[in-house]
Every structure is written in C-alpha cells, then in structure tokens.
Design a protein around this ligand. Structure first.
Ligand code: GLP
Length: 260
C-alpha cells in the first residue's frame, strides 16, 4: 500500500484529482468505482473545476457507485443517487446512462445485487475504485464482521454508522437501517484502489487499516492484500500511524515512475 500524507484536506483532494486525471488521460474509457460521504466532496469539486477548465474528459468513462440506502428512491434528497447528481454528475461530462448505483427500491434485492455484479463484469471490471473509510474501518457499507470475500448484497448498518450518518438526515431515526453495498471481494477485484481519509476522527481506523492485522473486524484492512492501493490522508488522519515518518520518507525518495 502506498501511504501518502498531505498537510491538509485540500491537498488530499487535489492529489486525488490528479490521479483521476491521469487515469482518464491514460484510459479515456475507464470504469470508475465511486463513493459518497463527506470525504470525496473536495475531490468532486476539483473534478468539476477541471472539467470546466477542459483538463479532464469523462465523456467515455463509466461509473459504478459503491452503495445505496434501501428504501430511498433515486429522487430522495438523501439517496446516494441524489448525492452523486448534486456533487458530481451534473458538473462533469459523463453520460448519465454510463452511471450506475445500486437501486434502493429494487423489489428483488438478491437478484438486483447479482445483476449489479454482472454489469461490472460485463464492462471488464473497475479500473479505479475510490473509497472513504468509516470510523469503524468499514469500506462501502461493509461493516465490521463483513466477509472479506463478500459480493454486492444487503447489509444492516451498525448503530455507530447510523449515528455517524445521522448528520445528513437530521436525526438517527431517519437513517435507513439497510443498504445495498458492493462486497469487500467486489472492491478487491478493482485493478487499482484509492482510499482517502481526512481528520482526526479517522486516525484510529486508518491506523488499523494500514498497520493492524487483516481481519473482518476492520474490513478496510484487507486492502493490505491489494497490489495497487494508494491511501492519501491528511496529517490529522495520519495521527495514529506508528510509521508515519517512514511513509513520508518513502514518498520523498520514491522514483517518480513508481508513485501511485
Ligand atoms: C459511509 C459511506 C462510505 C464512506 C463512509 C465515511 O458510510 N457508505 O462510502 O466512506 O461512510 O463517510 P464520510 O466520508 O462522510 O466520513
């Protein structure tokens, strides 16, 4: 895993945007795995600005989002479909028909999940998967104890994630209890993975992901097994890493061709 520590959240977003820009320049028809939450907001603003400036081209890209709340229609303001529309899709030139999210209203969830997996396979798999990390070490909505080889499926949120996400809904009781999420195994099949984390509230999860044992109790820890995973974090999120100085040293000494 390549650990890149930046001074602040803004620098994290800018570095991540540069990686997206490079991915699309190299492979214009890339399949992007996208994430929601507050973490990617700065990145999405950068991508919107780059699109405006003609510095990035999404016209041949496809995207698959990690997850969606069960029971929310795509028009519900708190649905992840609405989030993606508001914060990214209306600001970049990706064709709307090239964007996919799980359907929170799917009548047959198991079948829908199998079809989502098949749709990812049919376009050749995900080239670059973007991830945030939950304070409990979850990725997508794969909560602690998720199978590390799980596929897209229904999950029940932990009370902690419900509390963490209540800020978007106004109160905890409005947060749906169930979600559809790509599995940990689905995420691990992406050809490259980019994890972002900002702020001291993520420091514990980041340390467990990078330096802790690989275990289902910290689903993000399986990324230690991914061959091409970059983690870009700010100083606050790096606060509990034992080897922070080493990661900085490596970054400063890496030959340019070997960087994420
Ligand atoms: C949510 C999302 C995750 C996200 C995580 C962290 O549960 N399903 O994809 O990474 O929470 O959220 P935030 O970025 O708001 O801290």
């Amino acid at each position: 895993m390549e650990v890149i520590i930046k001074p602040d959240a803004d620098a994290v977003s800018k570095e991540a945007a540069r990686l997206f820009q490079r991915q699309l320049a190299r492979q214009p028809a890339s399949v992007l795995g996208l994430a929601t939450g507050s973490t990617p907001l700065g990145l999405y603003r950068e991508l919107a600005a780059m699109t405006q400036a003609g510095q990035i081209d999404f016209s041949r890209a496809r995207s698959f989002n990690l997850d969606e709340y069960v029971g929310l229609s795509p028009d519900h303001p708190m649905s992840y479909r609405a989030f993606m529309r508001e914060h990214l899709f209306t600001h970049i030139d990706i064709p709307p028909e090239n964007t996919r999210l799980p359907d929170g209203l799917a009548p047959d969830v198991a079948r829908h999940c199998a079809e989502y997996e098949e749709a990812i396979r049919a376009v050749g798999g995900i080239d670059l998967q973007l991830l945030g990390i939950g304070t409990d070490g979850h990725i997508g909505f794969n909560e602690p104890s998720s199978s590390l080889s799980s596929r897209t499926r229904l999950k029940t949120l932990t009370p902690r994630t419900i509390a963490d996400n209540a800020r978007f809904f106004g109160s905890e009781d409005k947060v749906p209890r169930h979600v559809i999420t790509m599995g940990v195994g689905t995420i691990m099949e992406a050809r490259s993975v980019l994890v972002l984390a900002m702020g001291a509230s993520k420091a514990h999860a980041v340390a467990a992901m990078v330096e802790g044992p690989i275990m289902a109790d910290v689903p993000a820890s399986i990324l230690q097994m991914h061959r091409f995973c970059a983690l870009i974090i700010d100083e606050a999120a790096a606060g509990q890493l034992k080897r922070g100085d080493y990661y900085r040293w490596v970054f400063d000494h890496k030959p340019a061709w070997q960087r994420a």
